[in-house]
Design a protein around this ligand. Structure first.
Ligand code: ATP
Ligand code: MG
Length: 367
């Protein structure tokens, strides 16, 4: 299959979904580029599956329009949309052989048995299961079943592959391995992937762009690094990698910067963003790994504070140090193990924390 030949774009225009009086998806716009790996990321119940099922045509929209490859498919049934969906529980036919499972979509499209078998053999080889076409699903491991489900979704050559938590049932190691395989496959076939997960690490490693969803809406749509480094809202900041969020009040607006008063955390100096005036409340994201901790008590005029260590946790690759300012505000610091001082601070100890101006991101207030 030549890379990217069949990839289609997906466009959502004011698409929304209500179940009775439950609003699962608020009216939203989304443009997925042809060949893109776009992830819908968000907590349980935020509307990810509903949105994916509407794109697939398995759920009718309550309003708005869906376009696949520029064609309005809002009223078309699933098999006429050029999309294919893969579910978390694989949904393989238990009594059909792997070959029949893989080639099922071709059968539905009236392709001859001979051609179906040839295509199934080709896909089984591609997913590392050559010669296993006569087996039944229960004779496979979880990872192998997952690959069969993937082959079954891809054999019909869809323009868009929709994946709903496809790795959710796998253990951590296998999950990592399959993440790599999926990413590789995406590059190889060049299709458009719309991928659903509630695992932020998975979203960060795999996606071209991430749509962070909260309560039926997309709060931010950006490449992984931007979502991580420049979260747009408090929700995104906290959902992606446990970010510190500091509430402060603007106390001075200078040339290209602003100072904000953050109580016992002192003055926060940041590059001025528009709309800042003295007295305006702001929420600031401060990444734990962007903070330095030192035992000295030398204070700067801004972007540093005296805090007391409340706990020290070891995560494997990092040490996480929980601290508290005198007014109770909590700041978490994460130190890469390789850069950790020979003696880590201990609970109860007073330390100085410092960060640079660029470590601060102003957040939009949540809806
Ligand atoms: N058929 C339905 N009838 C009524 N409410 C529904 C239906 N399907 C989903 N919902 C509700 O819509 C909201 C969104 O559900 P959805 O399954 O899209 O969430 P999700 O983000 O996929 O969550 P999870 O991560 O748990 O799979 C939830 O409040 C859910 O209870
Ligand atoms: Mg779901």
């Amino acid at each position: 299959m030549p890379a990217g030949e069949h990839a289609k774009s997906v466009e959502l225009r004011s698409v929304c979904k209500r179940f009775g009086n439950v609003t699962a998806v608020r009216p939203l716009d989304l443009q997925v580029e042809a060949g893109e790996f776009l992830t819908l990321l968000g907590p349980s119940g935020c509307g990810k599956t509903t949105l994916l099922r509407m794109i697939a045509g398995l759920e009718a929209v309550s309003g708005g329009a869906i376009l696949v490859g520029g064609t309005d498919v809002t009223e078309l049934p699933p098999h006429r949309r050029d999309t294919s969906i893969m579910f978390q529980d694989y949904a393989l036919f238990p009594h059909k052989t792997l070959a029949d499972n893989v080639s099922y979509g071709l059968k539905m499209r009236g392709i001859s048995r001979e051609k179906r078998n040839a295509a199934a053999q080709e896909w089984l080889a591609r997913i590392g299961l050559s010669g296993m076409g006569a087996r039944l699903p229960h004779q496979l491991s979880g990872g192998q079943r997952q690959r069969v489900a993937l082959a079954r979704s891809l054999i019909i050559n869809p323009g868009v592959l929709l994946l709903d938590e496809p790795l959710g049932a796998l253990d951590a190691n296998l999950r990592k391995q399959m993440q790599g395989e999926l990413k590789h496959l995406h590059r190889e076939v060049g299709l458009t992937f719309v991928y659903v997960t509630h695992d932020q690490e998975e979203a960060l490693t795999m996606s071209d762009r991430i749509a962070v969803m909260n309560d039926g809406a997309i709060e931010q749509l950006s490449p992984p690094q931007t979502v991580y480094d420049r979260p747009g809202t408090e929700f995104v900041a906290r959902f992606i990698g446990h970010c510190n969020v500091v509430h402060a009040v603007v106390s001075e607006v200078g040339d290209g910067h602003a100072l904000c008063d953050a109580g016992a955390l002192g003055k926060m100096r940041m590059a001025a963003t528009s709309g800042l005036e003295v007295g305006v409340p702001v929420a600031l994201a401060l990444r734990p790994e962007a903070i330095e901790v030192s035992p000295d008590t030398e204070m700067h005029a801004f972007n540093s504070a005296m805090v007391r260590v409340s706990d020290v946790r070891f995560t494997g690759s990092t040490h996480v140090i929980g601290t508290q300012a005198t007014d109770g505000q909590e700041i978490e610091v994460e130190i890469n193990r390789r850069e950790a001082p020979t003696r880590l601070p201990e609970p109860g100890e007073e330390v100085t924390v410092r960060w640079s101006e660029s470590a601060l991101t102003r957040l939009r207030s949540d809806r």
